[in-house]
Design a protein around this ligand. Structure first.
Ligand SMILES: NC(=O)c1ccc[n+]([C@@H]2O[C@H](COP(=O)([O-])OP(=O)(O)OC[C@H]3O[C@@H](n4cnc5c(N)ncnc54)[C@H](O)[C@@H]3O)[C@@H](O)[C@H]2O)c1
Ligand SMILES: [Zn+2]
Length: 364
């Protein structure tokens, strides 16, 4: 069997090259999952990884079947969820059967939502295939679909029973998606782990290949950080807010440019630059630490401004307006996750609007 790391917490997380194909049936049995497995995937991922996964689930005679959705954010909708319910009803899915999400965050969030609600909860297994899903969206139990009026508006906290993180799946991931996922790891390093920041810079070329050894190690470390933060605050009422470093501006940029123009991690890279600048101008963060973040972002070929991506920058008014609609706004004040050093966060609600405007203009 392949070498695998286990990380406890609200879900059992298993990390290692090959975990999606070797020993999968054993993992399911070890959790006491006895029923059928309904695999949800998308039409890019399934042709690449689906058949091998089904074979691995069926290795000990278990029944498995798959439902494949169109790839892309529009799949994260109530309509798609409704179609999935119909499909489960036709198959007479029972509480002992499991849903396994094979794909990126879109498939993962949709599957989590369906698993949370169908029969008031079917066991959920995540098999994340993007870097973002491996280190972020499959960990922490957040599931959601989008509403026409807002992203992730309808959802639940519903942790997977098992998360199978196979870095080998990343070998087929487009490079732009891979780099975008590394932005989220740079974020984790900036808020929690200065040593990992150095490691990321040193290893960036190997991580962009991706070479499996260093990639597995960094993924494992990044997941451990998220698991620790989530354990302290599973329902996002306190400490978990630090994971939103860079995200106030990122979400506003994604919304103001129309979703899909910037990948999420690209928006986070730009948003982190904004948050670091605000931190510096408030006298919280040393310029040299902001510069270290800049080096890491650049090492992954990530943008520092919207125009770096060849995208028409939105008007700054649109970005500032979108910020006020963000979920992190409480009583109309934006809560900023800022830095006092690498690995040291602080949350502030008193950042002057004029400073925010100035910084946003620099990021476009
Ligand atoms: N639940 C959470 O905590 C959480 C956290 C962050 C993001 N999200 C959500 O995650 C979603 C974004 O996730 P994403 O970036 O993974 O996007 P995604 O699921 O759309 O995947 C990106 C693209 O890569 C393709 N793909 C996936 N794996 C592949 C592979 N191994 N090889 C080749 N192609 C592959 C997909 O088909 C898709 O076209 C958003 O909807 C966001 O809201 C959720
Ligand atoms: Zn994010």
């Amino acid at each position: 069997m392949v070498e695998r790391a286990r990380i406890g917490g609200q879900s059992e997380v298993v990390v290692g090259p090959g975990v999606l194909t070797e020993g999968l049936a054993t993992e399911l049995a070890a959790l006491g999952l006895k029923g059928r497995v309904f695999v949800f995937s998308d039409d890019r991922v399934f042709p690449l990884h689906g058949e091998r996964l089904l074979a691995a689930i069926r290795a000990d005679g278990r029944e498995a079947s798959a439902r494949v959705f169109p790839a892309g954010e529009p799949t994260k909708s109530l309509d798609t969820a409704f179609g999935a319910y119909d499909w489960l009803v036709e198959r007479r899915a029972e509480r002992g059967d499991a849903i396994l999400a094979l794909g990126g965050g879109v498939v993962g969030d949709l599957s989590g939502f369906v698993a949370a609600t169908y029969l008031r909860g079917l066991p959920l297994v995540h098999a994340p295939t993007t870097l973002l899903a491996q280190i972020d969206s499959s960990i922490g139990g957040k599931a959601a679909v989008n509403h026409p009026r807002g992203k992730n508006l309808v959802g639940a906290f519903y942790p997977a029973r098992l998360v199978l993180v196979d870095p080998r799946a990343l070998l087929t991931l487009p490079r732009r998606d891979l780099a975008s996922g590394w932005a989220e790891v740079v974020k984790t390093a900036m808020i929690l782990d200065p040593e990992m920041l150095d490691l990321l810079v040193e290893q960036s070329r190997a991580l962009l290949e991706p070479d499996l050894d260093p990639t597995t190690e960094v993924i494992r470390r990044s997941i451990q950080h998220k698991v620790d933060v989530v354990a302290e605050d599973p329902t996002e009422r306190g400490r978990r807010v630090i994971l939103n470093y860079g995200h106030t501006i990122a979400h506003a940029l994604e919304s103001a440019t129309g979703y899909g123009q910037l990948l999420h991690g690209e928006a986070v890279a730009i948003g982190m630059r904004g948050a670091a600048r605000i931190s510096c101008r408030l006298g919280l963060l040393a310029e040299s630490d902001a510069a270290r973040q800049g080096v890491a972002v650049a090492a992954f070929g990530l943008p520092s401004r919207v125009r770096d991506l060849g995208v028409e920058p939105p008007p700054s008014e649109a970005v500032l307006g979108a910020m006020l609609l963000d979920k992190k706004v409480q009583e109309r004040a934006v809560r900023w996750v800022l830095l006092e050093g690498i690995g040291r966060t602080t949350v502030r609600s008193d950042v002057p609007a004029s400073l925010v405007r100035e910084v946003v203009e620099e990021l476009l």
